[in-house]
Design a binder for this molecule. Structure first.
Ligand code: C2E
Ligand code: CA
Ligand code: CA
Length: 613
C-alpha cells in the first residue's frame, strides 16, 4: 500500500511551518551577534538560512496534488534535503557558539540546539529516517560538548543528553506509528483488510494521471446473489465468505502484480499494472478476469458448509484519452451491470456500443416515467386456444408506443421499469386496464374462460399488492370475476419470497384468481418451486417449442407435460408457430396453445373480432 499519499500533503504543510519558525527565531542570532560578537558570522549565517528558506518556499510552490507519484517522490526527496540542511544550519551555529569564550553564548547554543531537536522530532515525525538522522545529528554535538567539559557533572549532563535523545526518538517513533496506523486505517477495509474505496479512488486517480502512453485496466467485480447468502445463512457467514473471497482475490492479484480493493458490500476493484500497448492490456485484462472468476467460483468451506458463489466482472481500459478516475469507475460499472443482465457469472469489456446501450436504457428510463400520463401504454391480447383451436383465453401483453422512441418492446422496458421501481405504477395500471377488458369480454360473452396477466416479482413484493387487487376487483366485478384471472409469474429467488408468495396466492384464490408458472424450464430449480408454490398452470417456454423437431427436445417437453399432469396443472404451450408443433403437443396432452400459428398479440378491438369469427 502506498502510504505516501497523504504524507505528501502533510510534508507540504510542514515546509511553511518550518520556514515560519526559523524566520521568527533566527534573528535572535543577529541580536546575539550585535551584543556579543562582530555580527559577521551571524550575517553570513542569516544569509545562508534565508537562501535555504527561499529554496524551501520554491518547493512549497512547486507542489501540486495532481503530480504523478513519480514526481511526488522526486519532490519529497528534495523536501527531505531541504529540511535536513535547515536543521543542520543550527548545528553550525551551535559549534560556533560553544567554541567561544562567552559562557552566555554557550547557554543560547544549548537551548537552541535542544529546541531544534524537539522541533525536528515533532514536525518531521512522518518521515522516520529523516527524524532519526536529524535528531542524532543535532544531539550528538550537544552530547560531545557536555562530555568534553570534564568532571563528574559533565558526564552526568552528557548522560542526561543521551537519555533525552532516546526519549525524543522514542516519542517521534510513537507519533510516526500513530500516523501510520491512522493513515492505514483510513485507507483499509476492516472486514477484509484490503484497501478501501477511498484508497482505491486515490490509486486510480494517480493511475489516470500517470497514463502517458501507457495502458492500465480496471476491473469491477460484483458477487452474484450475495444478498441471498446473507439473507438465508446470516451475516456472520456472509462476512466470512467475503473474507475468503477477498483472500483469494488478494493472492491471485498479487501473483499478477495487480492491486485489489473492496469498494463496499460485495463489490471489489482490481487495478492492473501498466502495459505498453492496448492489445497487451486488453488481452491481459480478459485473461486475468477469466482466471479470477474461476478462482472465485471454487467451492468455499465455511463453518462446515460448502458454499459456491460466482461474480460479474466489468472491465474498463485506461488509455491516453483525457478522462477522470470517476468516469473509469462508471464505465467499469456499466460493463459490470451488463454482465449481470446477461445472466451474471461473466466478464464484459466496456466499449462504445455498450455506452450507446446504456444511454439508450437511460433514455428509456427517463421517458418511461411519463408513458402512462401520455397515454402511450396500451395492452394487446394474444389468443390462447384449446385442442379444437377454439379461443378460450388470452395473455395480456403490454405495448409502449413512445412519441420519441417509437415502439419499444416489453423485453426492453419491463426490466428497466423493474430496476427503477416504476413497475409498481405500471403494473397497477396494467392490472386496472386488464380488469376493464375482462369485464367487457364477459359482458360480450366472447367465450373466453381465462385471461392471463403477467405480474412482476417486484409487484408481489409490495406489501399492499393484495389490497390493490382487492380494490380493483371491487371496482370492476363487485368482488369476483366470472372469467378466471391468471397471474403469470416467473422464478423467485429466496425462501422468504416463497412464503409470502404462497400467502398471496391463498388469499387471492377466493376471487377466482390463480397463478401460472411462466417460462417453465428456463429458470433454476423450477421443479422444487412447483412443489412449494400452489400454481394451477404451467407455461412451457417458447425456447422448447421452437426445437420440437429434435427428439431430445420432444422428450424433454413430454417430461414437462407429465410433470404438469402429475401436479394436476393446466399446461400451456407458448410460441407455437408451426402446425407440426401443435400436433406433437396435442399428442403429448398439452391443454392450451398460444403462438403466431393462431395469432400474435392483438389490440383489443381486433382481439374481440378474432374471438367472434
Ligand atoms: P412472456 O410472458 O414470455 O410473453 C410471451 C412473449 O412471446 C410475448 O412477447 C409474445 O408476443 C411472444 N410470442 C407469443 N407467441 C409467439 C410466437 O409464436 N413466436 C414468438 N417468437 N414469440 C411469440 P412480448 O409481448 O414482447 O413480451 C415479452 C415479455 O415481456 C413477456 O414475456 C413478459 O415477460 C414481459 N411482459 C409483457 N407484457 C407484460 C406485462 O404486462 N407485465 C409484465 N410484468 N411483463 C410483461
Ligand atoms: Ca407471460
Ligand atoms: Ca413466457
Amino acid at each position: 500500500m502506498n502510504r505516501n499519499m497523504s504524507f505528501y500533503k502533510f510534508m507540504h504543510k510542514q515546509i511553511l511551518v518550518i520556514i515560519a519558525l526559523n524566520i521568527a527565531t533566527a534573528p535572535g542570532y543577529l541580536i546575539m551577534g550585535y551584543l556579543y560578537t562582530s555580527m559577521v558570522y551571524e550575517s553570513i549565517w542569516m544569509l545562508f538560512v534565508t537562501i535555504i528558506a527561499l529554496y524551501g518556499y520554491s518547493l512549497y510552490r512547486n507542489y501540486s496534488p495532481d503530480m504523478t507519484i513519480q514526481n511526488k517522490d522526486w519532490w519529497i526527496g528534495r523536501v527531505r534535503v531541504f529540511m535536513f540542511i535547515y536543521s543542520l544550519a543550527w548545528s553550525l551555529m551551535f559549534v560556533y557558539y560553544v567554541t567561544s569564550d562567552n559562557i552566555e553564548m554557550h547557554y543560547i547554543a544549548i537551548a537552541t540546539q535542544l529546541g531544534t531537536s524537539v522541533v525536528a522530532a515533532t514536525l518531521l515525525a512522518s518521515q522516520k529516517k529523516l527524524v532519526n538522522f536529524t535528531v542524532i545529528f543535532l544531539m550528538t554535538p550537544l552530547f560531545l560538548y557536555f562530555a568534553s567539559l570534564g568532571g563528574t557533572y559533565s558526564y552526568i549532563l552528557a548522560f542526561f543528553t543521551a537519555v533525552l535523545s532516546g526519549v525524543i526518538l522514542y516519542a517521534a517513533k510513537n507519533t510516526n506509528d500513530y500516523i501510520l496506523k491512522s493513515n492505514y486505517q483510513a485507507y483499509r477495509d476492516h472486514l477484509t483488510n484490503l484497501g478501501n474505496r477511498r484508497y482505491f479512488l486515490e490509486i486510480l486517480d494517480s493511475a489516470v494521471k500517470e497514463k502517458q502512453n501507457k495502458y492500465t485496466y480496471l476491473l469491477l467485480i460484483d458477487l452474484d446473489h450475495f444478498k441471498t447468502i446473507n439473507d438465508t445463512l446470516g451475516h456472520d457467514i456472509g462476512d466470512k465468505l467475503l473474507q475468503e473471497v477477498a483472500k483469494r482475490m488478494l493472492k491471485f492479484s498479487s501473483d499478477n502484480n495487480n492491486e485489489v480493493s473492496r469498494l463496499g458490500g460485495d463489490e471489489f476493484c482490481v487495478l492492473s499494472r501498466s502495459f505498453d500497448t492496448q492489445e497487451a492490456c486488453l488481452k491481459n485484462a480478459e485473461f486475468f478476469s477469466m482466471k479470477l472468476l474461476e478462482e472465485i467460483k471454487k467451492t468455499y468451506l465455511i463453518e462446515g458448509q460448502h458454499l459456491y458463489i460466482s461474480a460479474s466482472i466489468g472491465i474498463s481500459l485506461i488509455d491516453s484519452r483525457k478522462i477522470n478516475a470517476n468516469e473509469f469507475l462508471k464505465e467499469a460499472d456499466m460493463a459490470m451491470y451488463e454482465a449481470k443482465s446477461e445472466g451474471r457469472n461473466g466478464v464484459i469489456i466496456f466499449n462504445d456500443a455498450l455506452r450507446e446501450l446504456v444511454e439508450k436504457k437511460l433514455n428509456i428510463e427517463r421517458l418511461l416515467h411519463f408513458a402512462i400520463k401520455k397515454q402511450e401504454i396500451t395492452l394487446h391480447y394474444q389468443p390462447q386456444v384449446d385442442v379444437e383451436r377454439k379461443v378460450v383465453g388470452c395473455e395480456v401483453l403490454v405495448r409502449w408506443n413512445s412519441s420519441e422512441l417509437g415502439s419499444v418492446g416489453p423485453d426492453l422496458f419491463i426490466p428497466i421499469a423493474e430496476s427503477t421501481g416504476y413497475i409498481i405504477e405500471l403494473g397497477t395500471y396494467i392490472l386496472e386496464e386488464s380488469f376493464k377488458s375482462i369485464k367487457e369480454f364477459a359482458q360480450l360473452q366472447l367465450g373466453i374462460q381465462q385471461v392471463s396477466i403477467n405480474i412482476s416479482m417486484r409487484q408481489l413484493e409490495q406489501e399492499n399488492f393484495v389490497d390493490i387487487v382487492e380494490g380493483l376487483l371491487a371496482k370492476y366485478f363487485r368482488k369476483r370475476s366470472k372469467i378466471a384471472i391468471i397471474f403469470e409469474i416467473t422464478e423467485t429467488s429466496t425462501a422468504e419470497d416463497i412464503t409470502s408468495l404462497v400467502r398471496i396466492i391463498n388469499r387471492l384464490k377466493k376471487y377466482n384468481i390463480s397463478f401460472s408458472m411462466d417460462d417453465f424450464g428456463t429458470g433454476y430449480s423450477s421443479l422444487s418451486y412447483l412443489q412449494e408454490i400452489p400454481v394451477s398452470e404451467l407455461k412451457i417456454d417458447q425456447s422448447f417449442i421452437s426445437k420440437l423437431a429434435d427428439m431430445k427436445q420432444l422428450s424433454l417437453v413430454r417430461t414437462i407435460i407429465d410433470i404438469s399432469k402429475n401436479f394436476s396443472l393446466l399446461t400451456v404451450a407458448e410460441g407455437v408457430e408451426e402446425e407440426y408443433q401443435r400436433e406433437s403437443l396435442k399428442e403429448l396432452g398439452c391443454n392450451l396453445y398460444q403462438g403466431y400459428l393462431f395469432s400474435k398479440a392483438l389490440p383489443k378491438e381486433e382481439f374481440k373480432n378474432y374471438c367472434i369469427k
